[in-house]
Write a protein that binds this ligand. Structure first.
Ligand SMILES: [Zn+2]
Length: 101
């Protein structure tokens, strides 16, 4: 069953559609085996403004989940730093942190 443009579920296990890497076993979060890149909002690229509007009173950060097999960006978000579970990161709950730069 196709989950989105990057993920497919086969017998409950989540795979990358581009390289077939097994990202999550049955019963695990879909992106449990993904690599996690996180840091300053500027990592999102020049199309994303790094300035945080004054009405946002909590620190925010950039998060990107990558396939360990082919490094496709599976999920990219700018979210509150203190927030571990957002609408999308529930899929990526236990992704493996990756060193950046
Ligand atoms: Zn892949």
């Amino acid at each position: 069953m196709r989950i989105n443009e990057n993920l497919v579920s086969i017998e409950g296990r989540t795979h990358c559609v581009h390289c077939n890497f097994a990202l999550g076993e049955a019963g695990e979060p879909a992106l449990a085996g993904a690599l996690l890149r996180r840091g300053d909002v500027t990592k999102a690229g020049p199309q994303i403004r790094s300035g945080v509007p004054s009405f946002v009173r909590t620190p925010v950060e950039f998060r990107q989940y990558l396939c360990p097999g082919c490094f496709t960006a599976l999920l990219t978000e700018v979210v509150a730093t203190e927030q571990e579970a957002t609408r999308e990161t529930v899929m990526a709950h236990s992704a493996t942190p990756v060193a950046d730069d």
